[in-house]
Design a protein around this ligand. Structure first.
Ligand SMILES: [Mg+2]
Length: 399
């Protein structure tokens, strides 16, 4: 009998506490054969659930799960208007689950289907922040003692909410000028007080006017960052031409991208060095493979988005692609808690600053659906949405 998709289940869980994870299970006409995919978009999680249950699920039932590309293209174009983080996450849940199934059918890890290992394990970066330069440096030292070689450094700006490090008290207020003044001083301190072989990263998080980001990038160039992330919002992509003409600081960009129209020109014109997309937000592994291959021809390396708003299944998807592509750059990691590992058996392991695959067929990760119920989504007034971030005069600022 022909193999078909018989059911699509959506699991909501929050083992990390505040992150509303959405993961998707595809069941097939072979009772033991199923796959898991990540469909997590934490600020609009329930909307993704609706997109899957109301539209994607009835669309894919009855299809042959082996036809990944065909299903992807058909589901993408089944709405005249497509793209966007909600619909892309719904597609990703399906797409990644189909790759998981494909690996199980082949009795191979997904990285084997992508061409096999191009490296033994995946070099990681994680985050250090603090209220003072000394605290940031101490936190970086503690991470290097655990084996990390790459650390993103953010420091509090007194009185303001700074991405990656929140000052006490006035937690939702933000001004760009104090931030731009303090960041070069942080890196002067870190380069003076830490061993020179520690790779340092920084994330502007597209929070400041573009011309201020260009000034900051030029000031930071001498501190030899591994990369400077998200100097501009996607809407300001044209500023990369100006930035690139003025500094050789390595640039990472893309966790907010949802559409090829946003990332294709930046790569073609060699305006960035690291592609940072959040794989479920662009539609899953199938399109991320194509993006990685495209980037290779232009000297752009991968650095997929990987904080705790990516489910452990999404981290496994990142890992399998990282292992197989030649132009891997770095992988952002989350240090998962025990509850996450309880719900997601097979969550990739971090050792010596690397992420390791477990070599099981498929993505190598499962979901304990009963244990997932132990960690329901938290009861949040904005249902995962973010409260406004305002300038001192009350103007809304990008988050
Ligand atoms: Mg970022």
């Amino acid at each position: 009998m022909a193999l078909t998709i018989t059911n699509v289940k959506v699991v909501r869980t929050a083992p990390q506490g505040n992150q509303q994870l959405v993961v998707v299970k595809i069941e097939t006409s072979d009772p033991g054969l199923y796959g898991w995919g990540c469909a997590t978009f934490t600020q609009r999680a329930a909307t993704v659930v609706t997109a899957i249950e109301e539209f994607v699920k009835p669309f894919v039932i009855g299809w042959d799960p082996q036809r990944i590309e065909d299903i992807y293209q058909a589901a993408l174009t089944s709405s005249y208007w497509h793209s966007g983080p909600v619909l892309n996450n719904a597609l990703s849940g399906i797409d990644e689950a189909l790759w998981d199934i494909k690996g199980k059918l082949a009795n191979m890890p997904v990285y084997q289907l992508f061409g096999g290992k191009a490296r033994e394990a995946v070099d990681l970066y994680t985050h250090a922040s603090g209220e003072t330069f000394e605290q940031v440096a101490d936190n970086i030292r503690a991470l290097t003692e655990r084996g990390f070689r790459h650390v993103r450094a953010q420091v509090a700006v007194p009185g303001y909410a700074t991405y990656g490090s929140r000052a006490a008290g006035n937690a939702r207020s933000w001004e760009p000028a104090p931030y731009v003044r303090i960041v070069p001083k942080l890196f002067e301190y870190l380069r003076t007080h830490l061993p020179e072989d520690i790779e340092l990263l920084h994330d502007i998080h597209q929070r400041i006017p573009p011309i201020m980001a260009i000034g900051l990038a030029k000031e930071l160039e001498k501190y030899r960052l591994f990369f400077l992330e998200d100097p501009f919002a996607p809407e300001d992509n044209e500023y990369f031409h100006i930035l690139r003409s003025q500094t050789a600081i390595p640039i990472a960009m893309g966790e907010l991208f949802v559409n090829p129209a946003e990332y294709v020109p930046l790569v073609k014109d060699r305006l960035i060095d690291f592609m940072r997309v959040h794989i479920s937000d662009i539609g899953g592994l199938s399109i991320a493979r194509k993006l990685a291959a495209y980037c290779e021809f232009f000297g752009v390396r991968t650095a997929w988005h990987g904080p705790a708003d990516v489910s452990p299944i999404g981290h496994a998807a990142n890992l399998h692609l990282d292992l197989a592509v030649h132009n891997f750059g770095i992988q952002e990691c989350t240090i998962f808690n025990d509850a996450n590992r309880e719900v997601f058996p097979g969550t990739p392991e971090i050792r010596d600053g690397y992420l390791w695959a477990n070599d099981q067929p498929g993505l190598g990760i499962d979901v304990d659906e009963e244990k997932a119920k132990k960690y329901p989504w938290p009861d949040q007034p904005l249902r995962g949405g973010w409260a406004p971030l305002r300038r001192a005069d009350g103007t809304i600022n990008r988050q």
